[in-house]
Write a protein that binds this ligand. Structure first.
Ligand SMILES: Cc1cc2nc3c(=O)[nH]c(=O)nc-3n(C[C@H](O)[C@H](O)[C@H](O)COP(=O)(O)O)c2cc1C
Length: 138
């Protein structure tokens, strides 16, 4: 897909089919995240892939916004590992850039996607043992 077409086609999808995401496509999406820039190249991001039945059940306790998606990526940024100066830290920016890269690659591969911020971070930490400071689901 041409880049212009990708950015025009990307849209928040709120109804997903049962179709499983192929591993090859998932690998490409994760690779797009890996190649994203981070401040000082600190790469303070961890991405959890949730696709097991058990994991999906837990996700549904954490957020109402799964919309039937069969694969969830939880993007976590580490405040300490990110570039920081006093209180200022780039972990949120770094996380957002990684997420955006992955969404655009997903769209390029015709994989529907949505960025979701509405979730309970405490329950997420408890259920999925996510050990980080900043999380997003999409
Ligand atoms: C930071 C961020 C958080 C979002 N959180 C949610 C969310 O919790 N639930 C949801 O249904 N959509 C969420 N969205 C999707 C937006 O509502 C959607 O991207 C926006 O309405 C624009 O539509 P478009 O993506 O189709 O252009 C989020 C998008 C962004 C960028």
């Amino acid at each position: 897909m041409e880049f212009e077409e990708i950015i025009r086609k990307r849209t928040a999808v709120r109804k997903f089919s049962d179709k499983k995401l192929e591993q090859e496509k998932l690998d490409k999406i994760l690779e797009a995240g890996r190649l994203a820039p981070t401040a000082k190249n600190s790469q303070p991001i961890k991405i959890y892939v949730v696709k097991s039945e058990e994991g999906i059940e837990k996700i549904d306790k954490v957020s109402r916004c799964r919309y039937g998606a069969s694969t969830i990526l939880i993007i976590c940024g580490n405040k300490e590992e990110a570039y920081h100066k006093g209180e200022y830290t780039t972990y949120e920016m770094d996380s957002c850039i990684v997420a955006t890269h992955m969404m655009l690659e997903a769209t390029n591969l015709e994989v529907d996607n949505i960025w979701v911020e509405s979730f309970d971070e405490k329950i997420l930490d408890q259920l999925l043992n996510v050990n980080s400071f900043f999380e997003k689901i999409f």
